[in-house]
Design a protein around this ligand. Structure first.
Ligand code: IVH
Length: 678
């Protein structure tokens, strides 16, 4: 029987009432009803919806938990990328950040907003006509995973917005976290059930949100703080960050009350001191304070450097320090053969929320400068995800004898080479197994091909068994006879073999920048990997690149270019690359030609005082159009942009006959390529 008008109206009323109660309970922290009353309303709505399924709607509070529908998460592309933040660690960095903003905007003071930096995982929530339609993780900032079903289980996330002034389409961003107290209780329960406890609230928030069955997520008391608008369409949003937070709060979002609007640096300093003081008492982890320029017009002008906004920065907390007795100084050999000393703590040290057994000691000189030795009590520190470090001995201990790295490689026993220029001690034995093992480990590591099941132990095992001699061999492991050998190997269960092979297969889909990083070319880190991938689009493209083409890329200098070129020319590497490609490891992406941008290849120098914008702003505009900005005039300079009181650079430009543009000429040059510049 179709529902009557009365039933329809009742369903609507119940839904609104329940959503309101939900908001009061989870967001406003005040409850006007008892659990029993809430349950009774919920029961009534469930009954109506069961009888009239056509009355069901996605914003109904009965629809927070559902059964799994897909075997894996689907990827979503963020319409506006999720960015990261630059960091400052001390007052002078903070002052420098403020000065850069101030010089860019050419104003002394500008209002800012300070927020705590919640240590959870970033999320983007999309609403259409006020109804939650999607929740996505940050992923790599450009694409994330669709975790809508799991997001819906979080009570403080509105399924429907309040009020009537929200934009028709809206994306808000924030941080999901596992509350501290609930985390401890949750872990106690796990241990009681014989399950291993989670490491820390941050990892478990991430694990909880990535459950494939939302009924599992619903069992975890996750919560959220929303801190910004990603984008909005069909409606107006306030033009200040503080105004936006207020509007978001009005729409029913959980916005952190720990937010302060400050007029200047002293205000920032006060807020920072308060954050440090109140940190322990908060029921969520924070690892710093975020400072944002309040005026959105200023934010737009300031823009970004790479993936970090100029208009915000994270003021990190000082790392936690503890003292412990250093049991031993051990030495590891890296994938370039470099010997690195590290501290070893037999019992483990509790620092920065985890127990560590090893801490970095940098190098021989550093140990001797700091006067560190085994048997001493030392200070260990760890900030966030950063590798723990030994800061130095606790005061009052006698100076120990000088430390010297061994003369023989601790792995292969061959004599090491002391490179005095580089201050590095290296094992130069090309057949030293550790370098290959480390390279395999690096290739399979998290920032690179991310192969599940192929960690340090497995890399050593595969190498020692003679199954993997280089990274291309990894993709030959699925051959039938190899599979049989793997399964016969001691200490390897069928399950771990299967996991490894699946991990290897899945890694073939990793994007090109990760592959380039994974190959372990000297000086090619994750960022350079991205630059190379953008410019050349394929592994072969990179291998064929000339040194000139490499140097022409912004962000790649002669040192990196030479290293990439050297690597590509070695026969052994050509062979590895060919075998990778033959095994189907050949990710490709669209090439971004340098001439795609109107001013690519042009070199500018900006000097003197401009009217329409500050010097940094003018330089940023040039770079965004593909032009390069240098600080001194040379024969290679194409244009010198000259403002008031230009000084010696102007004279030099005249002398070298480099074309000079006054501000008006520069503006008209700009307007040719970006019509909205004036
Ligand atoms: S603003 C462009 N505000 O920190 C501005 N981020 O490195 C980007 N985070 O994972 C973010 N609390 O999710 C902002 N109050 C806050 C934050 C915050 C935590 C996280 C963010 C991202 C990382 C940025």
């Amino acid at each position: 029987m179709p529902p009557t008008q009365i039933t329809k109206a009742r369903a609507l009323e119940l839904r609104e009432q329940l959503n309101r109660l939900n908001h009061q309970y989870y967001v406003a922290n005040q409850s006007d009803s008892t659990d029993a009353e809430y349950d009774a309303l919920m029961q009534e709505l469930r009954a109506i919806e069961a009888e009239h399924p056509d009355l069901l709607s996605p914003d109904s509070p009965t629809q927070r938990v559902g059964a799994p529908t897909a075997p894996e998460f689907t990827e979503v592309t963020h319409p506006v990328p999720l960015l990261s933040l630059s960091n400052v660690f001390a007052d002078d960095d903070l002052v420098a950040w403020h000065r850069r903003v101030s010089e860019f905007l050419e104003i002394d003071e500008f209002p800012m907003v300070c927020e705590v930096k919640v240590d959870g995982l970033a999320i983007a929530l999309t609403y259409e006509d006020g109804v939650l339609v999607r929740g996505a993780t940050r992923g790599d900032g450009l694409t994330g995973e669709d975790v809508t079903a799991n997001i819906r289980t979080i009570g403080s996330i509105p399924l429907r917005l309040q009020g009537d002034d929200y934009p028709q389409r809206l994306e808000v961003r924030g941080e999901i976290y596992f509350p501290k107290k609930a985390f401890d209780a949750f872990n106690e329960e796990r241990v009681a059930e014989g399950l291993p406890p989670y490491m820390n609230p941050r990892n478990s928030a991430s694990g909880s949100l990535r459950q494939l069955d939302s009924r599992e997520t619903a069992k975890r008391p996750l919560n959220v703080w929303l801190y910004s608008i990603g984008w909005a369409e069909g409606g107006l949003v306030p033009q200040s960050h503080s105004g936006r937070l207020e509007a978001m709060s009005g729409w029913g979002f959980r916005v952190n009350p720990w937010t302060s609007a400050v007029p200047d640096l002293n205000g920032v300093r006060d807020a920072y001191a308060r954050a440090i003081e109140e940190r322990e008492g908060l029921d969520y982890l924070i690892d710093g304070m975020v400072i944002k320029v309040d005026d959105v017009g200023y934010q737009d002008r300031l823009g970004f450097v790479g993936r970090e906004p100029r208009w915000a920065t994270a003021y990190k907390f000082p790392p936690e320090q503890v003292s412990a007795v250093l049991d031993e100084i051990r030495v590891s050999v890296g994938r370039t053969g470099a010997l690195t000393p590290y501290a070893y703590f037999e019992e483990g040290v509790q620092v920065g929320g985890v127990v560590v057994h090893q801490a970095s000691l940098h190098n021989e000189q550093d140990i001797n400068r700091k006067k560190i030795a085994a048997g001493q009590r030392v200070i260990v520190q760890r900030a966030g995800d950063v590798i723990p470090q030994v800061v130095g001995p606790t005061p009052g201990q006698p100076a120990p004898p000088e430390y010297r790295l061994p003369d023989l490689c601790p792995v292969c026993g061959e004599p090491v080479f002391r490179d005095t220029d580089e201050a590095v001690v290296r094992c130069v034995n090309g057949r030293c197994p550790v370098q290959t093992q480390r390279l395999i480990e690096h290739f399979a590591g998290r920032g690179a091909m991310d192969i599940e099941g192929l960690g340090e132990k497995m890399a050593v095992l595969l190498f020692n068994e003679g199954l993997v001699h280089d990274v291309a061999d990894i993709y030959a492991l699925n051959a039938e006879e190899t599979q049989i050998r793997l399964k016969e190997m001691e200490g390897l269960g069928e399950l771990s073999v299967q996991r490894l092979l699946e991990g290897i297969e899945a890694s073939k889909k990793q994007p090109l920048p990760r592959l380039l990083f994974g190959l372990g070319v000297l000086h090619v880190g994750a960022e350079v990997g991205e630059l190379l991938a953008d410019r050349f689009g394929s592994l072969e493209g990179v291998m064929d690149a000339s040194e000139e083409e490499l140097i022409a890329i912004e962000g790649i200098g002669p040192r990196i270019a030479a290293s990439v070129r050297d690597w590509s020319q070695q026969d052994g590497n050509l062979n590895i690359v060919q075998r990778l490609i033959d095994s189907g490891v050949d990710p490709r992406q669209e090439r971004r030609e340098p001439q795609d941008l109107p001013w690519s290849g042009l070199r500018f120098v900006v000097t003197g005082k401009l009217e329409a914008f500050s010097r940094p702003e003018a330089q940023a505009r040039i770079k965004s159009l593909g032009g390069a900005v240098s600080s001194s005039v040379s024969g290679k300079t194409n244009y010198v942009v000259v403002g008031e009181e230009p000084g010696s650079k102007y004279d030099k430009a005249v002398r070298l006959e480099v074309p000079v543009l006054d501000e008006q000429a520069f503006l008209s040059l700009l307007s040719e390529v970006e019509p909205s510049a004036e």
